[in-house]
Every structure is written in C-alpha cells, then in structure tokens.
Design a protein around this ligand. Structure first.
Ligand code: CA
Length: 617
C-alpha cells in the first residue's frame, strides 16, 4: 500500500507523570476493506505501543465499532467493525485517544466491490495451469534485486539464494505464456519473506499484506492480474495459513502466547498428513502433526486463536478482492487445524460462489486425499469446504509407470489403478493433475532424461480427467541439477535475466530438441483449449494389456481416444476390444501430427509415445 493512511501520529510523552506511557499507532490490518460483502463484519487488528490503553472511535455513517477486544499484550487491539447495508465507500477516520489527547488516527478506506466480482469464473478443467516461481522465472527489474531493510540480497551463484526474479519479469513474458497456450498462472508466494537466508521460495511470510519489495509491490501485482485477465488467462495465488516466517513482525511481540503453537524446544511436525483422518490415530501423533513446526524458520500458527482465525480468513478474502484473483492454491493444507480450514473455505465460497481453491494434501493414497475434497462422505462427517485437491497419488504413479517393467501390478497399470479408485472423490474432475512441481524432481529427471517419456507424461496429464498443471521450463526440457536440491528444481528460466547468454523464451534461442518439445506442448495446449470433451467429457478406460493403456474422453457429441504405448517398440494395436466406443466412429485426426486416420481398426503407435485421436463419426 503506497497510500498514506496514517495521519501524522502524535506521540504522547507526558513528562509530568512519573509513569508516563508512550502510545504509538503502527499498523491496522486489513489495511482497507470493501462495502457490499455478504458478511457485514470485519475485524481490524490494531498494533502499536500501548494502543490498548487508548479510547477508540470512528465517525462514519454505517461503519461502526461493534466490539473492542484486548489481549494480555497492551500493544494490540482487535476491533469488530460492522458495515451496514448501504454504507457508502469512502474514508473513515479511526481515532485513538489517550487521556483526552489524540494518540493516533488511521484513514480507513472502504472501497466499493468491483462489479461482477462475485460470483466469478474460477479455474477449472478447461484450463491448463502453468506453475512458476517468481524469483526464478525472469528478472524484469534489476533495481529491486536488493532492497533496503531486506535481509537477503540477490546472489545467482547460490542455488538456495535469491536470484532477482520479479513480477515485472512475469509481465514481460505474458505473450510467451499466451503463445504457449497456458490459460492460468499459479505463482509461488510473493508476499514479503524477510528472512536471513533461503527465502526466495516465498513460503516464510513475514508480512501477509505486503508483496516482497524484491518481487514487486502490491500495486504491481494488481496490475499484473489485470494484464493476465486482459490476455484471457487466470491467476492462482499461493497462500499459507499453517505457518509464517520466523522473522514475521509479530514474532517479536505476539498478541498472546497462544498465537503460535509453542513447545519447550523446537519440535518438528511428523509430516504425517494421514494422521488427520486416521481412525486409529494416537493423540501424540495427531498433536505432533498439527502443532509441530514445519521448520525452525516457520513457526506453527495456532489458527484456533479466534483473532488469528479472523486475520487469516480476512487476508485471503482481501487478496481475492484486491487483485481479482481467480483461484487459490493452499499450501500444506492438512497441517492447520482442520475445523478452521473448513470455516476458511466456507467463508471464501460464501463471498465468491464458484471460486476454486486447490489444497496441497501430499499423500499417495486416493482415500487419504479424498478426505480433503469438499463434500467427501467422511465417516467423521468432516467437510473441508476445499473444492479441489492435487492428485498426488496419480503423480506418484506417473513417476513409476513409464520406468519399471510391465507386470501384474507394475508399469503403466499404475495409472489405471489409481484412476479406478476415483469413487472415493466427490468430484474427480476437479482434481489438479501434474507430472512435477516446485517440490519434486522435474519430470524429465523422473523419466530418466527420456524426452519420449516426458511427452507421454504431459500427454497423459493433459488428457485424463481433472485440471492439468505443468511446471515452468518443462516445455524447453529444463532438468534438475545433479545435486537434486530444491534450488536446482527451481533453476532460473534461461533468458529471463538481462545477463543471460541464451534466451529460451525465443525460438532463436532454443536448440532443435528444445524447439521440438516446445512445439509438442504448444500444439497440445492449443488443441486442448477448444476440446470441450477433454474438459468435461466422461472418462472410460480399458485395463492395460501388453504395456498399452487405452482410454477415451467422450460426451454426447465428441470423443477423443488416447493410446499410451509403454513399450520400447512400435506396436500395432488391434482395436476390437474397444468396440463399445469405437463402433460409433469411423475415422479421426491424430492430434499430435495432424495426420488423418481413415482406418481405426489397427493403430500403429510408436515406442514410448502417446497417440491422441479426435474421433469422427
Ligand atoms: Ca529483480
């Protein structure tokens, strides 16, 4: 926020009193709010030295203080504000008085919600999500690489350091992304991460309301969202409610000891997300999972603290409204208290019907993951209010399917077996499907540097049920470094920095192999954009035989046939077995090479490849 909302602050120093108290207003969060929400209330967190000793007043029609809460820490106030229906947008003065003197004033901006802000078209299976890490995609503004007050400076020689990528870099390459054919961008977190080191990834937030100045500004983010929307693409913001960064400003002066989950000494979570739904779980395991810290530098937030709960819910709504977000990806979704996460999802969906949120529930069994999708028939009646989950079981199967020998329960059968468990999901079509992301080895590495297998994996992700997500750089054959560390999973996109000698954003900068991959991805993405049947059509598959997996996406009008040949040689596939679908079709178009297929009875499928056919009656 660049707007100056703090009026000149009067610091009260009362020299005539022995125990004179200094009063100082430092923060009001959320920094502004909107009229027209379904929920007429907003709770303001006010921070400043001895602010709880002041008398607060607001003089604005329709915007009134309903209740004032104090904690044991005199430096915090929580104000329950009511915004009555019909309240006009404008600037409300919140005044803090100490001993009849004005100790501070805050100009609280009530904005009007944008027309059409809810309900909105969120991301869904018609999209292809492109995940990128802002620090590692492109450095569009070298002047913000190092910022006064920020503890870590840019150092591209350090794989775990900050490299200088920013929002301007993303803005500069929107045409590239549009040309590639992606329709939604998921950015790893861009909020302030003012940690001494290892902060480039964005998951150690030190200010929930501020874009990290090394990445950009809030205004730049809002502008970027507008630019993305103008290109017909969507924006998915990464949010983290489980933990903050150890340098978060409130860590030096917590509102109350129970703001975070505290232990006598540093205690790590057991990372066993299954404990949340395990009917046989021990209290010790369950407690350690939820209350243990994700990392030393990531204090575990206690979302059950009523003020923190409001703070986090409002922060999510604030970003949706402020930037016009099209979706949220929620990090470490099962780690916070699940009752609060349910309330969080419900509050967002009440304000934004149809809004999509995908949660990271990193487990390898469909039943574990399905527990977290909204409206799951859970025996404990838990409803997450989380519309979408990442399909980690299918990802796990993808890392093995093309690499191991075909057997009764190995090889390509793994994909079939995971999908055949979709009855546990309330809405399998709303799962996010992926072959890699910022936390795992890149797909090309998992597929043993075999480009054929990378193509098969992406072809599968782009044609099976669900919402496909690809990871930046797959289209130009980016690989993980030899150390397999997180830093090298998240290498800089070549050409994203002014000093780069190669520029893979342009055809001229790509090798023939990279260009071939780029064309492969672009071709599939472009085709997928207009293939309704792949977005919403039903899935029908056949048990893999002889290393070949055949499935169809179909609706009343259209059908697409996909053949994955996991063998090391070309196979000629007799299609009699697939008659129940193919009987309705006589020919088709090979989506990948554009060739006509006049005879569907025998299909030639090259080794380790995907054949995708748009079927015709
Ligand atoms: Ca920069």
């Amino acid at each position: 926020m660049t707007m100056k909302r703090f009026l000149p602050i009067v610091v009260l120093l009362a020299p005539f009193f022995l125990f004179a108290q200094e009063v100082k207003l430092e923060r009001v969060e959320p920094p502004n709010w909107w009229t027209g929400f379904k929920n007429p209330e907003v709770q303001l967190m006010v921070y400043g030295k001895n602010i709880a000793t002041t008398t607060v007043s607001v003089d604005y029609p329709g915007f009134v203080i309903k209740k004032i809460h104090k904690t044991d820490n005199p430096n915090y106030l929580f104000l329950d504000m009511t915004i009555s229906p019909g309240t006009r947008p404008g600037l409300a003065v919140i005044q803090f008085k100490s001993k009849d003197k004005v100790a501070g004033k805050y100009l609280y901006e009530l904005n009007e919600r944008k027309k059409g802000s809810a309900p909105r078209k969120s991301f869904n299976a018609s999209d292809v999500i492109y995940l990128l890490m802002p620090d590692r995609f492109s450095n569009g503004d070298t002047t913000n690489d190092n910022c006064l007050g920020m503890l870590e400076n840019a150092d591209r020689s350090n794989p775990d350091g900050r490299h200088g990528g920013d929002l301007q870099g993303i803005t500069n390459h929107l045409d590239y992304l549009k040309d590639l054919g992606v329709t939604a961008l998921w950015l790893n977190p861009f909020q302030e991460n003012n940690q001494e080191k290892y902060s480039y990834h964005g998951y150690s937030i030190t200010n929930y309301y501020l874009t990290d100045p090394r990445i950009g500004t809030n205004e730049e983010f809002a502008k970027l969202c507008t630019a993305i929307h103008k290109k017909g693409m969507k924006v998915i913001m990464d949010q983290i409610l489980n933990h903050c960064g150890s340098n978060h400003w409130w860590m030096k002066d917590l509102p109350s000891p129970d703001w975070i989950n505290q232990w006598p000494e540093f205690t790590r979570s057991n990372y066993r997300a299954g404990t949340v739904s395990d009917p046989y779980v021990s209290t010790a395991d369950s407690n350690l999972y939820v209350r243990g810290w994700f990392d030393k530098t990531m204090p575990d937030l206690n979302q059950r603290n009523p003020y923190l709960k409001q703070y986090l819910i409002q922060n999510s709504i604030w970003w949706i409204e402020y930037a016009g977000l099209d979706g949220i990806r929620h990090d470490t979704h099962p780690y916070p208290f699940k009752d609060v996460m349910s309330e969080w999802g419900q509050r967002i969906l009440e304000e934004y019907p149809g809004f999509n949120i995908v949660g990271e529930c990193w487990m390898n069994y469909p039943s574990n993951v399905a527990y977290w999708q909204k409206d799951a028939l859970n025996k404990d009646h838990y409803n997450s209010w989380l519309p979408s989950v990442f399909d980690f079981p299918l990802y796990d199967a993808l890392t093995r399917a093309f690499n191991e020998p075909e057997g009764w329960n190995t090889g390509i059968l793994r994909l079939y077996e995971i999908l055949s468990q979709d009855m546990v999901y309330p809405d399998p079509g709303n799962l996010v499907v992926f072959a890699d992301n910022h936390d795992v080895n890149r797909c090309l590495d998992t597929q043993n540097d075999d480009v054929r297998k990378l193509k098969m994996a992406l072809a599968f992700v782009l044609t099976t049920r669900g919402i496909p997500q690809i990871y930046y750089g797959s289209e130009i054959l980016m690989t993980t470094g030899a150390d397999k560390g997180h830093g090298s999973i998240r290498k800089d996109f070549p050409g994203g920095w002014p000093s780069d000698t190669q520029n893979k954003f342009t055809a001229a900068g790509r090798t023939p192999a990279e260009q071939e991959m780029f064309d492969y991805v672009k071709n599939l993405l472009t085709w997928r954009q207009s293939s309704d049947v792949v977005h919403t059509g039903k899935l029908l598959h056949f048990i893999p035989e002889n290393g070949i997996y055949v499935y169809f996406r179909y609706n009343a009008k259209d059908a697409v046939m996909v053949v994955l040949n996991n063998n090391e040689e070309t196979r000629h596939l007799d299609t009699k077995r697939f008659r129940e679908v193919l009987d309705r079709y006589h020919s088709g178009t090979d989506v990948i090479n554009g060739g006509e297929i006049g005879d569907l009875s025998l299909l030639a499928v090259p080794s380790k490849s995907a054949l995708i056919i748009d079927l015709r009656k």
